[in-house]
Write a protein that binds this ligand. Sequence first.
Ligand code: SIN
Ligand code: FE2
Length: 218
Amino acid sequence: MSADFFAALDAGTRLQLGGEAWLLHGFALDSIDDLLPALKDVIRAAPFRHMTTPGGLAMSVATTSCGALGWISDRRGYRYVRRDPDSGHGWPPMPQPMLGMASKAAAAAGFPDFQPDACLINRYRPGTRLSLHQDRDEADMAQPIVSVSLGLPATFLFGGRTRSERPVRVPLSHGDVVVWGGVDRLRFHGVLPVAPGVHPQLGEQRINLTFRKAGASA
Ligand code: SIN
Ligand code: FE2
């Protein structure tokens, strides 16, 4: 399927990527005027930083988090923590427009009880990529991942349950939401290098939000 085909999709179109995985094209656009200012406040309170991989390299993706738990990486590994190690304080709370949009997207994809407690915020400058990985640091695998693309477009790689399975390429644009859970929860995924460009609202960057239920259910 070509990028042109996707570009021609209307907001509201949904494309099934797996048994329990969906692309909800343009799903976040309805609430974008509330989402972007809320996101800006979060980034001001918890600025982007390049975390260190367990192998000691600086990640090319810059990250921050909001919600009760935030995702970090350092020499000791990957994990969710209650405090931002840079500020020593808790992460900024998850703003209601972000929480509301993520819950609605999850429900639209067949997960009506999604209550995220973490939102990982990734910033990709042109040239930044994210290599194939599984999201497996969360305690509750019954809950899906809800991923929201903002700013510059990118090609999302959606693979199988093993690293060797060839991923499908899914073009993502501003406002697109991908939800994967259930049988698709542990699918490998990644992002090809972001092409140079300037987005009218976000400039020279792609920002991706991934909403997760990271802590154990009460
Ligand atoms: C992620 O896997 O954490 C982010 C995926 C994306 O940027 O689309
Ligand atoms: Fe991921």
